[in-house]
Every structure is written in C-alpha cells, then in structure tokens.
Design a binder for this molecule. Sequence first.
Ligand code: MRU
Length: 352
Amino acid sequence: MVKTIEWAEGRVRILDQCRLPLEITYIECTDYRMVADCIKNMNIRGAPAIGIAAAMGTALGAAELNAKNFDEFMNALQPVFDTLLSTRPTAVNIKWALDRIKNLLNSKRTEPVDALKQLLIDEAINILNEDIEVNKAIGRWGAKLIKDGDRILTHCNAGSLATGGYGTATAPMFIANEEGKKIHVFVDETRPLLQGARLTTWELMQAGIPVTLITDNSAGALMKRGEIDLVIVGTDRTTRNGDVANKIGTYTVAVLCKEHGIPFYVAAPLSSIDFSLPSGDMIPIEERAPEEVTIVFGGCRIAPEGVGVRNMAFDVTPAKYVTAIITEKGVFRPEDIKNLMEETPDLDAIRL
Ligand code: MRU
C-alpha cells in the first residue's frame, strides 16, 4: 500500500490524491500553511488522514517559532492551531488531533521549548502509527460481519488513502479477503469529486479484491435486484446518539438499505466520534465551491455558466438507519456508542 502521509526529515510528505489514479506524485510541505492548503484543497482527504496531517502541520508550525518559554510557545502556536482547524469543518479528527496535542503540551509545561518541538514531531508520528493499528482492529471486528461470497457496497473512500493505512470501511474487506472469503465490492463513484471511482477502486484492485464501479444512482436498483448483501462506509463525525456524518449520498444509501433489509455498517475509529455532540443535527456541514459540480476534469464545463449550485460535501445519517458501528473496541449498536465515552477494559465485543 502506498503511504498517504509521512514525516520525512523535517517535511511532511503528502501523496497528492487530486492526481490519483493517473499519477502518483507527492507534495513536500515545508511549512504548516502548505499542509493547511493540502487539507483544504483535498490533496489529502478522509477524516483520519486530515487529523494526522493537522498533527504533522502543527509540528512544522512549531519548528518555525522563536519562543523562550512555555507560555510564549503556546501563544505563538495558537495561529497554527487556528489555521489548521479552519481548513475543513465536518470531520472531527482535526480537532481531536489538536486537542490531544494541546493536552500533551500542557502536561509538559516545564520542558524546554526545543524538547516541546521534538515532542510534537514524536506525537504526530505516534498518531499516524496508532491510526494504522486502530484500523487493523476495526478490520478484525468488521471481518466477522462478512460472509464468504458477500457482495459489499461502499461509498466514497474510507480506505487506506483516507487514513494512516488500511482504511476504516475497507479494513474489514482487506481482512475478509486475507481470510480467504470471496467478496465482491461495489463502489459508488461518489460525485462530485469521484473518491469512489478514482481512489477506492484503485486501492481494492491493488489488493486483488474484485470490484465493480457503479454510478451513485445505481445503488437502489442493485439492492432491489438482490445484488448487495451489506454496506460498509466510513464517517467524518459520529455523535453520542449514533448519528453519522459521512460523504454526501451516504444518507440515501442508508435509507435504501432500510427499505431492502440490508445491513448498513459504519466503520468509526474512536478518533471520529464526537462525544461532545448529542446529535448529528449539530454537525457543521462543509459546503464547497460550485465549480466542483459544474466543471469536471479541471476544465470541462458540464452545466450552464451562472447556474445555481448547492455543493454540500457531507450528509448526516440518523442512527435509526445504522445497523451497527464498527470501532477498534468492538461492534456496537448506534444507541450503545455513548458507552465508549468511559473506556472500560471489557468493551471488546460484538453487541448487536
Ligand atoms: O471529502 P472527503 O473525501 O474527505 O470525504 C471522506 C469521507 O467521507 C470518508 O468516508 C470519511 O472521511 C471517513 S475516512 C476513513
């Protein structure tokens, strides 16, 4: 699997996902503003991946500072936090990563500034490495829900590219495949930016998993014909009550699943669960530029100049449509997800 992001000798190396699958090129970020631009422009995207990028961006931002003590250091770091946090509003992972970093710094306030700078680099690398392990755990839990011969539908890209590695929604597929189960994955192309068509198909094909690309409008027809056994998607932010924000179109797929009696699973690392929000109605939904809808392939206009466009990047699926949420701690009904706020050792379980 290609690396989505890495810390490379004082730079942040980001695989440019805007160019995939046609070109494998990297952007070498030398300062935090470049990292912020990469997140905003979606050269790197996917909730866990942008959390990792924010952590690495903070380490780059800190390296520039000339602070003499802890308070000066934290004050000077604030614009770095603000810039990174303002890039994309829906995924909670950026806030999660920055809060983790702030808590760590606050616990080390007596350390010299140079040690704090190194601590930020180490922590960003820890966040990346932990994410890969978390995804493997999600994969092990999720693979138990997949039977030999299953035909799985996914939406957008919650794959390796959207994370430190392995992916969230794709991890159960990778593990089921490694276990020798014969699976087939249907991938929604995911308008307007085609993360499904460009990224998910590419990743799954590299892993040797049989893939069929479909237009976003096809899911219902395939379900009606009995050609889909289960759905697994990722999430940008899941709230305490089990509501799930994910790529626009996910809600439609979930409602279709209910109609056809198909399980709708969400792969959600704890880093993407926002226990501070009681419901998905409070999740900020990113709206992006109209040109993403009216112009394709960077130049071909497909709608009249001046047409009104609403380009919501995400939607919220109410918990009642979610069969279960697959976390690194086990598989939970959406109404039980709040129990994960207090981590207890006996949580590992499938509780359906
Ligand atoms: O706009 P994107 O491409 O960042 O949206 C990504 C998704 O919606 C993913 O499903 C989500 O971030 C989960 S990634 C493991």
